[in-house]
Design a protein around this ligand. Structure first.
Ligand code: ADP
Ligand code: ADP
Ligand code: ZN
Length: 224
């Protein structure tokens, strides 16, 4: 499937561990549009020890949200880069209603808008199990799970051979707090997008390939 004409903006929403990153990587291959993950952008800043990275770390370590103003600026700058000319698959942004309003405003100024907001729904027990077994490629960002999506060789990325690591904020006590923050600050987004007729619910408790199939079907519907 290829995109034609106007840029396509898809916003993936769902709790930490719902599968947003996994699905964003798969959709990128189908749609040829860039995945933009706010958490990855913060982690890139941190690995380069930028001022923004060091600020974000204070929040990320505690499982809190980074303040809206710096987050919004960082993501909007990212969307201006040439690889977002055809649009983006947003993963982890917006996470507050203020961020969603800022995104709408910026896109409207360019005569564009969000096309669809798939809400990947997963219950709390599965989220905790997923995050505690998550391993990520340091090089290409591919996402694995020790039980649900193991790499062929432990600790090594199937795609690029990069080293796999576990995120420090995936430890259990931080995970519990991130989920609480999600319920309090991000769930209101669901209504925001539902009221605008953009929300489509996807059952995220299926196998990765089945979630992918449902997502593609929903996207194909808005593109046709
Ligand atoms: P997950 O994929 O598990 O949901 P992310 O990688 O998206 O986690 O985010 C990791 C951390 O980065 C969050 O706990 C938060 O501190 C920060 N972060 C990411 N995106 C945002 C955002 N849109 N607004 C505020 N903070 C964010
Ligand atoms: P998010 O970006 O929403 O935080 P991830 O895509 O990083 O979520 O997935 C969290 C963990 O769950 C990863 O270890 C991933 O391999 C695993 N995972 C993703 N989708 C599924 C699925 N449908 N079934 C089982 N495990 C999954
Ligand atoms: Zn890799």
């Amino acid at each position: 499937m290829t995109t034609t004409g106007k840029p396509l903006y898809i916003v993936l929403v769902g709790a930490p561990g719902a599968g947003k990153g996994t699905q964003a990587h798969l959709l990128t291959q189908d749609l040829g549009i860039a995945p933009v993950a706010s958490g990855d952008l913060f982690r890139e800043h941190l690995s380069k020890q930028t001022e923004l990275g060091l600020l974000a770390k204070q929040y990320m370590d505690r499982g809190e949200l980074v303040p809206d103003d710096v987050t919004i600026r960082m993501v909007m700058d990212r969307l201006e880069r040439p690889d977002c000319e055809k649009g983006a698959i947003l993963d982890g942004f917006p996470r507050t209603v203020a961020q969603a309003e800022a995104l709408d405003k910026e896109l409207a100024a360019k005569g564009q808008k969000v096309a669809l907001v798939p809400y990947i729904k997963v219950g709390e027990p599965a989220l905790v199990a997923r995050l505690s077994g998550r391993w990520i490629c340091r090089q290409c960002g591919a996402v694995y799970h020790t039980l649900f999506n193991p790499p062929k060789q432990p600790g090594v990325c199937d795609i690029c051979g990069g080293e796999l690591y576990q995120r420090p904020d995936d430890k259990e006590e931080t995970v519990r707090h991130r989920l609480q923050v999600y319920f309090e600050q991000t769930l209101p987004l669901i209504d925001y997008y539902r009221e605008r007729g953009l929300l489509v619910e996807i059952n995220g408790e299926q196998a990765i390939e089945d979630v992918h199939r449902d997502l593609l079907a929903a996207i194909q519907k808005v593109m046709s």
